[in-house]
Ligand binder design. Structure first.
Ligand SMILES: Nc1nc2c(c(=O)[nH]1)N[C@H]1C(S)=C(S)[C@@H](COP(=O)(O)OP(=O)(O)OC[C@H]3O[C@@H](n4cnc5c(N)ncnc54)[C@H](O)[C@@H]3O)O[C@H]1N2
Ligand code: MOO
Length: 416
């Protein structure tokens, strides 16, 4: 079986469905995608942003032994109850342990991170200590074991330190290193082919003849897939003809695990992507009950899943975040993930149409209320720059009045 093949053989929804609700499309998509990337091992210095391929266990106890959490004095708590303590000569510092055990009644100057000497279980904070020559006084009620870091309290040798599917964030790298790991098993980066279609589409900066426009989608989609930890594979621009689109899809199926195409997703005369997927691949065209981003074609070309995103940049962006992102994460081994919305008051009023989910470009005003971009045109990339997230208005939601609670989805919830 081709490893790129989704679990189910077809993306198709049950027959008779016309406008597909977003939640249904997501559920069908989720059921049809599986992890497709192989694994490799990388050094920790190259592991940022990668997805852990399997559970990794700590190679050492961390900390390896009990040590001081603060600068101060170490002693046995039992002795402390019969104060004052006698401070011994010498000290313990991080990396320079005290060479002998403490006897009852003795205290030792100790610095943060230093191993606790044998005979000590408690550390008094410098700021609480009162010295009279070699005698040490401290506060009453000091609890046994305070300011001590236990052996293995951070990681226990042999126990799972990071779980399969974890994204290797800077935080995760810190924990891996602390747990004694220097090489990590990761998923190979998912290769995502990026294709723009349309006779009118030209490379950024190219001279334009009448009717032509610059390709805004490929730079955007390249940035998105990079942000999601995938490796972009540039498939260029295919004009509106069968041979060109077929050649681009062939290149994508050969060199990528999945293809994100934009334009030609609907069923128009020049919508070759959709037509070819139907005739020579396998295809489901979804008319999604959402705004923006109505047409979304899904299919496979020579085994490679193909997302046919709508051509309008705002719709392509929205569909990429809502549909492509969770699928790419799942294919890349990080697991299906949909963002969680936060509730915020609306700074806008809006009449709603039944049966259509809306993702409006939005941002928070100075009072933390959600405001929306004034112009809903699906070609307006400037609105994408203005926005810091979406307001997610439900399929059959009520009209929105100023101050009503609405679902706010910051772009950061999509890993951006
Ligand atoms: N009769 C209907 N017409 C349209 C419908 C519909 O339901 N019935 N849906 C509209 C909606 S909504 C959208 S979105 C578009 C999507 O159509 P396609 O995916 O087939 O996209 P195109 O027609 O190729 O392009 C639409 C628009 O976007 C521009 N475009 C395309 N690619 C790029 C790119 N890489 N960079 C910048 N801009 C791009 C293209 O020039 C068009 O202006 O269909 C509506 N029509
Ligand atoms: O998907 Mo279209 O851009 O909603 O307008």
């Amino acid at each position: 079986m081709d490893p790129r093949r989704p679990v189910n053989d077809c993306f198709a929804l049950p027959p008779g469905v016309d406008w597909t609700p977003v939640a249904d499309a997501l559920a069908a998509l989720k059921a049809s995608v599986a992890t497709v990337t192989g694994t490799e091992e990388v050094g920790i210095e190259n592991a940022l942003g990668r997805v852990l391929a399997k559970d990794v266990t700590a190679r050492i106890d961390q900390p390896p032994a009990a040590n001081a959490a603060v600068d101060g004095y170490a002693f046995a708590h039992e002795s402390y109850l019969q104060e004052p303590l006698r401070v011994v000569d010498g000290r313990a510092a991080a990396g320079a342990p005290y060479p002998r055990a403490l006897r009852p009644g003795e205290a030792l100057r100790i610095l943060t991170g230093a191993l606790l000497p044998k005979g000590a279980d408690t550390v008094m904070l410098d700021e609480d200590a009162r010295r009279e020559g070699a005698l040490l006084h401290g506060p009453t009620g000091l609890k046994p074991g305070v300011n001590r870091r236990r052996a293995a309290e951070n990681a226990e040798k042999g126990a799972v330190a990071l779980g399969a599917g974890a994204r290797l964030t800077p935080q995760a790298l810190a924990h891996a290193a602390a747990a004694g790991l220097s090489r990590l098993p990761v998923r190979r980066r998912l290769r995502v082919g990026l294709l723009s279609t349309g006779d009118e589409i030209r490379e950024p900066g190219a001279a334009l003849a009448p009717g032509q426009i610059h390709d805004a989608n490929r730079p955007m989609l390249t940035g998105l897939v990079r942000a999601w930890g995938c490796a972009p594979v540039d498939l260029g621009v295919a004009p509106d003809n069968a041979a060109a689109v077929r050649a681009a899809l062939d290149a994508g199926a050969a060199g990528a695990d999945v293809i994100l195409a934009s334009g030609g997703a609907s069923a128009g005369d020049e919508d070759w992507l959709s037509r070819l997927l139907g005739a020579e691949g396998s295809r489901a065209i979804w008319r999604i009950a959402m705004k923006p981003g109505r047409p979304l074609a899904l299919g496979r070309w020579r085994g490679a899943p193909v997302f046919g995103l709508p051509g309008n940049p705002v719709a392509a962006f929205t569909c990429a975040l809502i549909f492509a992102r969770p699928a790419l994460l799942a294919m890349g081994g990080a697991g299906w993930a949909e963002p969680a919305a936060e509730t915020r008051p609306a700074a806008f009023a809006r009449r709603r149409k039944a049966g259509r989910r809306e993702y409006l470009r939005a941002r928070l005003d100075a009072d933390g209320r959600v405001e929306v971009f004034a112009n809903e045109g699906s070609g307006l990339t400037r609105g994408l720059v203005w926005a810091e997230g979406f307001v997610d208005l439900p399929d059959d939601g009520p009209d929105v009045a100023i101050g009503d609670p609405v679902a706010w989805l910051p772009f950061s919830a999509f890993g951006l």
